[in-house]
Design a protein around this ligand. Sequence first.
Ligand SMILES: [Zn+2]
Length: 79
Amino acid sequence: MNFVFICPETNAIFATEDFSLAENHGVQTDHNGGKVLHATVVLNSPCPYCRKIHRYRAKDLACPFHANSGASIQLADHD
Ligand SMILES: [Zn+2]
């Protein structure tokens, strides 16, 4: 499953499925009642633009995605 990431160095957008979920603390409910996945997503291969291994907070990746009911990673259903 390809996910879309934004390079924080160049603001370029790229898609990859070569990433790992790290520091997974599960889904928690925030103070607004929204569900947020508290985890860190780490690229397994370098960013195609700046060649760095970026890390992202899973909740920061929520906006571009609308998780399907069948998705193995449900990032958020809020925001
Ligand atoms: Zn980058």
